[in-house]
Design a binder for this molecule. Structure first.
Ligand code: DC
Length: 227
């Protein structure tokens, strides 16, 4: 049974951490359990990256990437099962944004500070309207530094690789574990060393190491803090 938190005000739950730590699965299940909206902020950066690739824009040309970001419309919708639908200029791109090609370039798009300010503004607009669980890299540090609850999920590198590999294979994408490891390593480096809003744990975030925990155990840990 769903347990709802009684609230008058909008409640924000921030879940940050590196790729493969379990953020999106946990954020989705927690949101579903308490009847909140789930906002996958990584999907927004992925959608813009898809457009950059489609329009054959050189990612190093920041001005062009920013111009494209300004004229693109990215929307998120929650499905009944808690998963999200991502629309880019009205087109459903939920599958396309998960492809390895997007994963390979997304960190380069996400490190552009003016791209980030636009995404952060969108995320704040969504979060101000309704109680939600947001997952990303900078939710507890930059997007909602006053979030009601902050979590930082971590896991051993090899475990994160295995999880992401399994996920991709299950969704029908052909890839090797080595390629997944290379992608995660590359993204970890860019995401945590970029100048603007690098991936880091907020001082007041609760850290959860998910390496040896099941999904249910992590959800339980998060919910026990919230309740
Ligand atoms: O969570 P994900 O793997 O879908 O995120 C894709 C990329 O987007 C990730 O490598 C870094 C970037 N990102 C970010 O910089 N800030 C966020 N709040 C979410 C994602």
């Amino acid at each position: 049974m769903r347990s709802k938190i009684p609230h008058q005000k909008v409640v924000i739950i921030a879940i940050d951490g590196p790729a493969g730590a379990g953020k999106s699965t946990i954020a989705r299940l927690v949101a579903q359990n308490i009847g909140f909206l789930y906002i996958d902020t990584g999907a927004m950066y992925r959608a813009l990256t898809l457009l950059v690739i489609k329009e054959k824009i050189d990612i190093a040309n920041e001005e062009q990437v920013i111009a494209l970001a300004k004229k693109s419309k990215i929307q998120l919708e929650n499905n009944d099962d808690g998963t999200i639908k991502v629309f880019l200029n009205g087109e459903n791109v939920s599958q396309d944004i998960r492809k390895p090609e997007i994963a390979k370039f997304v960190s380069l798009v996400a490190k552009i500070s003016r791209v980030r300010s636009q995404m952060v503004q969108l995320q704040r607009e969504m979060g101000q309207k309704t109680s939600c669980v947001l997952d990303g890299r900078d939710i507890g540090t930059v997007v909602f530094p006053n979030a009601d609850f902050k979590f930082f999920l971590e896991a051993d590198f090899q475990k994160r690789v295995n999880r992401r590999y399994k996920e991709l294979i299950q969704s029908g994408i052909k890839i090797t574990p080595e390629a997944v490891a290379g992608d995660l390593k590359n993204r970890d480096t860019i995401d945590s060393t970029r100048e603007c809003a690098p991936l880091k744990k907020a001082d007041d975030a609760i850290a959860i190491d998910t390496t040896d925990l099941t999904i249910e155990q992590v959800v339980e840990k998060v919910l026990s803090q919230i309740h």
